[in-house]
Design a protein. Structure first.
Length: 188
């Protein structure tokens, strides 16, 4: 005959009252972390789209012979930076956070006129502009869309993004999102 303590243990082991609370306590933190991760990766993806659009507008402004929406004393790099500032400000991002791209992220492009490597325009400290409208000093664009032999302008920069995912290795980690765009030089 089993003693009373064994009987109580057997009855408690078969009991299911409160199991939902224990399951919820185990699952809710994981679901919260997943939702938080989805939110922060969505924010990063949205910011990446914005800075890519800013790079495209900057390249377009640098490639235009006379940019109607650019600063009055427009150098190609100045026009590019002005267009980038406009897009970032409109999207409520701080244009002062743009950073010079890492050397590995600066495309190695050749000049259309001399065939030598083109460095970034040094007049803007946080945006790399390669090529200009002046004297057709564009860079060779050799991607599959535009083909080789097309002269253009390349714009690239980085923008910081900080994740907030507690209890993960991504918590308070800052990553640099890369933005770059190439546009064919306009002739009229």
């Amino acid at each position: 005959m089993p003693n009373s303590s064994q009987f109580v243990l057997r009855r408690l082991a078969g009991e299911t009252r409160g199991a939902e609370i224990a399951e919820a306590a185990a699952v809710l933190p994981l679901m919260f972390m997943m939702l938080l991760g989805i939110f922060w990766f969505g924010q990063a993806f949205s910011m990446y789209g914005t800075i890519t659009r800013a790079a495209q507008e900057g390249a377009r402004a640098a490639a235009a012979p006379q940019c109607a929406t650019c600063a009055a004393a427009g150098t190609p790099a100045g026009n590019a930076y002005g267009a980038i500032q406009t897009v970032l400000t409109t999207a409520k991002l701080d244009p002062n956070k743009t950073q010079w791209p890492a050397p590995a992220n600066v495309p190695s492009l050749l000049s259309c006129s001399t065939g030598s490597a083109v460095q970034c325009d040094g007049s803007q400290t946080n945006v790399c502009v390669q090529g200009s409208q002046a004297a057709s000093q564009g860079v060779q664009l050799s991607d599959s869309v535009q083909g080789s032999g097309v002269c253009g302008v390349s714009v690239s920069f980085q923008y910081p993004f900080q994740f907030w995912l507690p209890f993960t290795s991504l918590n308070k980690q800052q990553i640099l999102l890369n933005a770059s765009a190439r546009v064919r030089l306009e002739t009229h």
